[in-house]
Design a protein around this ligand. Structure first.
Ligand code: G16
Length: 544
């Protein structure tokens, strides 16, 4: 079998975003586009000769073709072995688990996460390092730099590997091991949670749950865990068969896109517990009967109840949250006497804190929660964590959250997304807000007084690296705040995210609808940023 060196031209748009390179499928299908990016990844790494690479994706359109290309390029570039999930399937958390467990050099995960899939929809490539986590900025920058000057890539001329048959195959000098996509992940979950107790809850006849896999990668994992292992009735997992186009849906577990689950949980005779996960299985949404748990509250509740869960019984080293995530977790950390870290948006920023043992639990407002068990956020882990707490406390989701608010006060929170905004206008909006920052401090805005106004920058406490311009914050003297940033995961125009938060210690006001409680701030945000004028939109596309 021959290794071919193919002459290529660089593409100028291969800059990884918040989580890898995400583009429309036709962009990835351009001649040499995927190959260039994969070679740019390999070129920016050192010492991988003879080492193991983990490869898999969320099963979206183009997954299988991309994997064949990557396998042949890995063989031509000198990897010793590639572990690939059966059928090319690996959830993002399962890939992270495998990289760590088998001490792989790294992994390539093919996913555009919660973005839709299909011939004209999104595809993505993400590189994870040996700790199992997303490549940090210095690596993604090196990949981008490499992609801009690439002149050739290496690929093995060979037949495709049968991805559906478990076992080891030779591809040139390299071994390809097609592995069961879920076995190692299930074992890890069993080591963290009280499966016996959760099983009693799910089979006791009193408690019902629904898990929406949104026709994405979590389906087979969820069926194996909840239905086969824990004994929940067949049908507990909805939309459990992964489809290349996610059944035409938008595999984003939020109140808008997971509407079937939401209708079920808010309808007559609703189950006690509902959960959903996204395209690649790292996000989660948690619902009780007629009750939505915001991701920020979810992190805080998990942290406050961690001692009920075997894997966290010895306590937490610290908590980390992304900057736009509400400060609910900070209150729990303060009560527990542990540190709470505020990082930029992007799971990659948690890696160093977890590796250094500074944080145990991490979370983001964007429906991401996880811990030091791997280096990615983990949708099913969060669902099991909640089930473990529910089994231990024998209370409803709503009771648990409301009691949490009574103890800690409520951080009322909402995110407004304006999607597919003209990029130039979105940049103008952000520049407009940035221009006001130096003069905002001390000003009265409606009934609020500005305590600080800045563009968030982060100094990593472990390696000292600095990340600038990570979101504009306007904080008020009563602890409320609004945050503006542009999404780093969209593939069409720009997405403006407006994050709103206020703190409410008064129990009598805990039942308020966040849109009502935050109404004045929503209006002030529009005043400051001219959102409606500049986006040309009267309403956000998605409110969570
Ligand atoms: C990715 C990142 C998350 C981030 C989210 C939203 O999630 O891994 O850390 O919070 O994007 O990012 P943005 O606000 O820039 O769109 P996922 O699930 O898409 O990989």
């Amino acid at each position: 079998m021959d290794i071919r060196t193919v002459v290529t031209q660089p593409y100028s748009d291969q800059k990884p975003g918040t989580s890898g390179l995400r583009k429309k499928v036709p962009t990835f299908q351009q001649p040499h586009y995927l190959e260039n990016f994969i070679q740019a990844i390999f070129n920016s790494l050192e010492g991988y000769q003879g080492q193991t690479l983990v490869v898999g994706g969320d099963g979206r359109y183009y997954n299988r073709q991309a994997i064949q290309i990557i396998l042949k390029m890995a063989a031509a570039n000198g990897f010793g072995k590639v572990m690939v999930g059966q059928g090319g399937i690996l959830s993002t958390p399962a890939a992270s688990c495998l990289i760590r467990k088998y001490r792989a050099f790294g992994g390539i995960i093919l996913s555009a996460s919660h973005n839709p899939g299909g011939p004209n929809e999104d595809f993505g490539v993400k590189y994870n390092i040996s700790n199992g986590g997303p490549a940090p900025e210095k690596v993604t920058e090196a990949i981008f730099t490499n992609s801009k000057s690439i002149t050739e890539y290496r690929v093995l001329d060979a037949a495709d590997v049968n991805l559906d048959r478990l076992g080891c195959f030779k591809l040139g000098e390299m071994t390809v091991e097609v592995i069961d996509s879920g076995a190692d992940y299930l074992e890890l979950m069993q080591s963290l949670f009280d499966f016996d107790r959760i099983q009693q809850l799910l089979t006791g006849g009193q408690f019902r749950m629904a898990m929406d896999a949104m026709h994405a990668v979590t389906g087979p994992y969820a069926r194996s865990i909840f239905e086969t292992t824990l004994g929940a009735p067949a049908g507990t997992v909805m939309h459990g068969v992964p489809l290349e186009d996610f059944g035409g849906g938008h595999p984003d577990p939020n109140l808008v896109y997971a509407h079937e689950l939401v209708e079920l949980l808010f309808g007559e005779d609703a189950p006690d517990f509902g959960a959903a996960s996204d395209g690649d299985g790292d996000r989660n949404m948690i619902l009780g009967r007629r009750f939505f748990v915001t991701p920020s509250d979810s992190l805080a509740v998990l942290a406050a109840n961690a001692k009920l869960v075997p894997g966290y019984r010895d306590g937490l080293a610290g908590i980390a949250r992304s900057m736009p995530t509400s400060q609910a977790a900070d209150r729990v950390a303060a009560r527990l006497g542990i540190d709470c870290y505020e990082t930029p948006t992007g799971w990659k920023f948690f890696g160093n804190l977890l590796d250094a043992g500074k944080a145990t639990l991490c979370g983001e407002e964007s429906f991401g929660t996880g811990s030091n068990h791997i280096r990615e956020k983990d949708g099913l882990w969060a669902v099991l964590f909640w089930l473990n707490i529910l089994a231990a406390r024998q209370e409803s989701v709503e009771q648990i959250v409301k009691e949490h608010w009574q103890q800690f006060g409520r951080n009322i929170y909402s995110r407004h997304d304006y999607e597919a905004v003209d990029t130039e206008r979105a940049n103008k909006l952000m520049e407009g807000v940035r221009a006001q920052l130096p003069t905002l401090k001390g000003q009265k805005l409606g009934s609020y007084e500005v305590a600080y106004a800045d563009d968030f920058s982060y100094t990593d406490p472990v390696d000292g690296s600095i990340s600038h311009k990570q979101g504009v914050r306007i904080g008020f003297t009563d602890g409320s705040r609004m945050v503006f940033r542009l999404s780093g995961t969209g593939t069409q125009g720009a997405t403006l995210r407006l994050y709103l938060e206020s703190y409410e210690p008064n129990i009598a006001k805990h039942g308020l609808d966040p849109q009502v409680a935050l109404a004045e701030m929503i209006q002030l945000a529009d005043q400051v940023a001219q959102i409606r004028t500049l986006t040309g939109m009267d309403q956000p596309t998605v409110i969570t």
